[in-house]
Ligand binder design. Structure first.
Ligand code: ATP
Ligand code: MG
Length: 265
């Protein structure tokens, strides 16, 4: 396992990064990944042979023009879309060998996802949005944990509010609390600040990096914002379904032992 000393002291199931003989634990491993979908105009080659290995704790930004395949790649890593060719191993799971049910279970326990448009359930208040997935996963402490997470993202005073009663930034913070609630090993974010103004987006980003560090999660983030991309330890550029650049960045993130900032209010 990557890290036994987790925020809540829980033992991990070792699903991800559990191979000590492999040196650096590999969290995401894409090999000649292909995605071809049919459309009325014929077949579309959306991903045309992606090779990507990501080790535990990396922060990866994915950049590239509209239509280059960023969301498609993220959806495959999330297990929400099936590759049509090549290999996908997330943690120690070969996605191509898993059934839909197995994939859904793995995703629930190991992958947090944040979307541009928040994707909260409108008929559930903030606590319920975070707690219900945990409760469905069988966690007895679902509501306590949801409240704890919401306090962590600075929403302790908005627990009973419904999404329609929350600002965009607040909704995205609920989505972050929900994404981190099951202690995922991977946090995937698809343009998480795309619907937020600059200052609000900045708060959400701070929180996302802070929580990724705290939870020891590997972060993969799609963004069109070069400044945000540069904050990651590695930048992947996609063009026309291929990786055309893969570069390490001197991260401007504070050292891991720096004191975590208080949650943004
Ligand atoms: N179900 C589908 N059937 C056919 N083509 C699709 C399908 N889904 C996506 N595509 C095409 O795949 C390509 C890549 O789409 P994708 O959403 O991954 O791009 P993106 O890089 O995330 O773009 P953006 O920056 O605009 O979000 C696009 O050309 C899109 O039209
Ligand atoms: Mg996209």
């Amino acid at each position: 396992m990557i890290q036994a000393d987790r925020e809540d002291g829980q033992q991990t199931d070792g699903d991800i990064g559990a191979n000590p003989e492999a040196g650096e634990p590999r969290v995401i491993d894409l090999r000649d990944l292909r995605l071809t979908l049919g459309s009325e105009a014929g077949e579309v080659n959306i991903l045309r042979g992606i090779d990507l290995a990501v080790t535990a704790g990396e922060t990866i930004s994915v950049v590239g023009p509209s239509g280059s395949g960023k969301t498609s790649m993220l959806m495959i890593v999330a297990g929400l879309e099936r590759a049509t060719g090549g290999g996908v191993t997330i943690g120690d799971k070969d996605f191509t060998a898993l059934s839909e049910d197995e994939l859904a279970l793995f995703r629930r326990d190991n992958v947090g996802i944040v979307f541009q448009s928040f994707h909260l359930v409108p008929t559930m208040n903030a606590v319920e949005n975070v707690a219900i997935p945990l409760e469905l996963a069988g966690r007895a402490d679902a509501f306590d944990r949801a409240r704890h997470l919401l306090e962590r993202v600075g929403l302790g005073h908005r627990l009973d509010h419904y999404p329609g009663q929350l600002s965009g930034g607040e909704q995205q913070r609920v989505a972050l609390a929900r994404a981190f609630a099951p202690e995922p090993r991977i946090l995937l974010a698809d343009e998480p600040t795309g619907n937020l103004d600059g200052a609000t987006g900045e708060q959400v980003i701070e929180l996302m990096f802070e929580m990724s560090r705290l939870h020891d999660a590997t972060l993969m983030l799609i963004t069109h914002d070069p400044a945000l991309a540069d904050r990651c330890s590695r930048v992947i550029r996609l063009e026309d379904g291929l990786i055309v650049e893969d570069s390490a960045r001197p991260s401007s993130e504070p050292a891991p032992d720096a004191a975590p900032r208080a949650a943004a209010e």
